[in-house]
Ligand binder design. Sequence first.
Ligand SMILES: NC(=O)c1ccc[n+]([C@@H]2O[C@H](COP(=O)([O-])OP(=O)(O)OC[C@H]3O[C@@H](n4cnc5c(N)ncnc54)[C@H](O)[C@@H]3O)[C@@H](O)[C@H]2O)c1
Length: 286
Amino acid sequence: MINKVGVVGAGLMGSEIALVFALAAKDVLLSDNSEPALARAKSKLEGILQRGVGRGFYEADQIGPTLARINTTTDLGEYADRDMVIEAVYEDESVKAKLFEALDRIVPAHCIIASNTSSISITALSSHVSAQRRGCFVGTHFFSPVSRMKLVEVIPAMDTSEETVQTAIAVCGEAGKTAIKVKDVVGFAVNRVLHALVIEAVRLVEEGVATPQDIDLACKLGLGHPIGPFQLLDATQNSLSLQVQGILHDAYGERFKPRPLLKQMVQAGYNGKKSGRGWYRYDDNG
Ligand SMILES: NC(=O)c1ccc[n+]([C@@H]2O[C@H](COP(=O)([O-])OP(=O)(O)OC[C@H]3O[C@@H](n4cnc5c(N)ncnc54)[C@H](O)[C@@H]3O)[C@@H](O)[C@H]2O)c1
């Protein structure tokens, strides 16, 4: 039974991973490099809860107790009592490696160490913990925004025990998520399906078959998707998709080759919502 959850990295993903476990009544310890980063995360989570009350997702009297269950620290030494620690730091193997080496020395023998990486091999990451810990090392790939998206991909590394996989699936279930077990392959399952779709959608625009707006409508009204591929590209930034497609292309070849038009969009600085223009216009000229 996992009661004490640790989350390392209080950015976009880690902060909301902490939130969903706190909502599931877990004792959560969230860490980052600095106190200001942790204060920003706590205030962001308060905002998510408050807006969620307005939309009927949460009860107003949940806010205080949920936030109170998320303790914060900049000292990894405080993870000595955790049952599971989920890593959500930068997508950089050397940063993650240092963290896993340190955590392995601190957390108790039964503690599961999980990574939220989206593109690094879980087996490669597991090489940064001791041989005794490898049975308890697993990938748990959450989706953004974690407070809303229901899926988690649970990815065993080469030496991960089935008990660890089942415990990870169960605890994600307690946090309101549905977990699927996926092999440790590049892109896992969801990003392979997504980018096959996105690449074809951009190809359709290049060929003049339909506009981005109409392809978004086609996916929403014809396929039942909640959001179209171009809206998704704009929301998550074109440059990130280009980067992911580069990784998939290296692993699988031609079928994931990024389309020239996506590259051009990035080169032009039309990166999506945050930059004011992507496949749609978000500035005053739009
Ligand atoms: N952004 C997404 O949509 C998404 C989706 C799924 C998975 N992921 C993965 O989740 C992880 C985190 O991504 P993110 O988007 O939340 O990044 P982010 O940049 O928003 O947050 C990372 C946080 O980690 C902190 N950090 C860095 N090194 C640290 C260390 N050694 N100790 C403690 N804290 C440290 C940073 O200060 C920052 O607050 C990455 O591996 C990413 O690939 C991201």
